[in-house]
Ligand binder design. Sequence first.
Ligand SMILES: Nc1ncnc2c1ncn2[C@@H]1O[C@H](COP(=O)(O)OP(=O)(O)OP(=O)(O)O)[C@@H](O)[C@H]1O
Ligand SMILES: [Mg+2]
Length: 369
Amino acid sequence: MSTGPGQGWPDRAGETPDDQQPDPGPGETAAEAAPSGHANWGSTTSGTAENVGYVPTGGPAAAPAARRPNQGESELVREALKDAKVSHETSAAAPKSKPGGADRDWPRPARCRVVTIANQKGGVGKTTSSVNLAASLAMHGAQVLVVDLDPQGNASTALGVDHHADVPSIYDVLIEDVPLADIVVPAPEIPNLFCAPATLNLAGAEIELVSKVARESRLQRALDAYDKDKFDYVLIDCPPSLGLLTVNALVGGDELLIPIQCEYYALEGLGQLIRTVDLVRSHLNPTLNVSTILLTMYDARTRLAAQVAEDVRNHFGDVVLNTVIPRSVRVSEAPSYGQSVMTYDPGSSGALAYSEAASEIAHRNGEAT
Ligand SMILES: Nc1ncnc2c1ncn2[C@@H]1O[C@H](COP(=O)(O)OP(=O)(O)OP(=O)(O)O)[C@@H](O)[C@H]1O
Ligand SMILES: [Mg+2]
């Protein structure tokens, strides 16, 4: 079931002109829309930085000339990050050695990496990142399971997986003790990619879990009982809350990936999320590691986006992926076709960026050993 190198993989040389980047809005000049400091824009080998839409990766020195934040902005960022502590260690395991294998440039972990994708802020790109990172990894031969832990079922939709009310789902696993193996289905578009779907029933689970034994650890138990080591990655897409569903995902995960939207309010609540992680770590899952922060929906026309990205990098350091996901119309269109952007438009800036981000995640795993 393994895929060949580059199957369905975006080819930069064949990159199509980008799909997004609307005209600069009122008050944004053309100069602002194309900031200086492009020298370190993503590691593209062809195509222009502008149409790829990456942001500088070299830290403050490489950042576009940015408007100084006003007092309120700096304070909000400081407040959001005040108590945030992030471990820079990694729990990643040694890569599987595949000398001469088709995926030799993409280390696969020796044991399954369970990555929880969470941020209680809504609409920051949790689902989009879960689906597209999973698709990218699977397209490079990794075996990947997406656990949809959001009653909205957006990840199931985006993967083209049926999730009407009668479908066996993650609700049955959490509430009825149904084995995960009974609900996992293949994603139709991409080999090696699987989904544990969510249905609307899951909306009641927050309440129903309260009276259950080991209510915070039910997903962890289900994952432990499942032969998850046949997967290289399990990505858990969380709902926009810090309720029991998200706590289950934090307890069940080895790593936390936090998507942060490059806009002002996106930083609100980040401190609260990190404090929740610290609580989970001290009581329920001591090995949970905030391994990755992914900056999403970056709008290169706004100086605020660059400022937010720079502040997050300054605070969190190399936990933040170098790759930044640009705003891209193709990314937002893909789910309505039951697809990831990786298959919907592999040459789009969003697909290229998610490929780069997935590659970083896979290679960081390799580097950790
Ligand atoms: N890079 C992007 N470019 C353009 N649109 C995007 C991008 N990433 C996400 N979107 C769109 O933004 C919206 C929110 O994204 P998404 O559903 O992934 O966020 P979320 O954090 O999972 O939301 P929720 O908290 O409701 O679960 C969606 O309509 C999605 O299509
Ligand atoms: Mg979502």
